[in-house]
Design a protein around this ligand. Sequence first.
Ligand code: GDP
Length: 439
Amino acid sequence: MFDNLSNKLDKAIKTLKGQGRITDINVASTVKEIRRALIDADVNYKVAKEVTDRIKDKAIGRDVLIAVSPGQLLVKIVSEELTELMGGTKSDMTIKGDPAVILISGLQGSGKTTFTGKLANLLKKQGKQVMLAACDIYRPAAINQLKVLGEQVGVEVYAEPENKNALQIAQNAIKHAKQSGKSIVIVDTAGRLAVDEEMMNEISALKESLKPSETLFVVDAMTGQDAVNTAKAFNERLNFDGVVLTKLDGDTRGGAAISIRAVVDKPLKFVSTGEKMDAIDVFHPDRMAQRILGMGDVVSLVERAQETFDQQEAERINKKIRKNQFDFNDFLSQLDQIKKMGNIKDLLGMIPGMGKAMKGVDVDENSFKPIEAIIQSMTPDERANPDIMTGSRRQRIAKGSGTSIQQVNNLMKQFDDMRKMMKTMNKMGGMKALGNMKG
Ligand code: GDP
């Protein structure tokens, strides 16, 4: 996502690289480029103008420190301004009540039901007792969809397929949640293809009666400026508490993320980046700004890793690395853990510089298949003692795994290199040395 905007900003800022002082003249043209890039990315014109004016004011006349180039300084200013534009700091949900009610609103197809499942998953991982209420009464398929998602993430779904009264269902769900000791009920509601009066009445009535501690508005980032208009229409009637941007993994220009906050004055709280249940991130304006500028989002990557990684397994493997005993069983276990983290391409996109490099490259879970097949074709002895791998063993493995001898040799070489690197790091005192090197 944001590839286009990142590329354009990168290009605009490059023209400043190598110059010693940010002057009026060179800033003016760069800022114009930045403004054009923002507008092309679907950022509302007024918002783009305001922010680039501020960038210009901040940049002009600033002497460049010895350590940074004018380009780097401008990147910093742009990053700060984009962060501010998207709300400055992260905004948490209010979860209050017994049970707390979270109301989910949005147009049909925005990704509401999918997000409902993801949010349940996230809250459950945080140790909360969650229940889902299926109140999309017009689409019977929506109830089933929610049930499937609920099952997938292990969260109970309350539904009354015959009942056509959304408020009644929600009230019954809340009663049921209370009785069964649930602390949060997430209410999925009906959407329409476009904003219409009946839908607005229904969702406003739900909000009035249920008194949710948090009302979220879900919107498809791929709809560009329409996303901003829909947000405005919903907010006028619903006065929601936060925005969820979905489908940021798609080929979106992403400008909606930047302008919604400025236009509606409601914080973005979550972003959704795929169809899988773990493709959800809490929205951090600073990280998003860095991502837009192609600086990657390493912090979100680490957070997702912490959520998914099996700490005990990580510690076990760490010990083996320290003893220079890392083998193919450990390698296989690490691949499994990476796969659990979700879509590989999304993850790579979070690494600085990788987003652009990975464009058009097809990386997915299947990329690991040959590697896994090769390791699985090894005997337990071979997996535990990678050094015994003779030519005839390699040939047998290639045959067994349906790969070529080159593929096996490549993997052996990569594995060898990896172990060499681990050994060197161990000699230098492990991760401590790495930490010292950075300082
Ligand atoms: P609803 O009508 O608002 O409940 O929308 P759904 O949750 O049914 O989503 C509509 C479609 O968008 C489904 O095919 C979802 O799988 C897909 N979808 C939802 N969120 C995302 C996302 O973040 N990324 C992508 N690529 N697809 C999504």
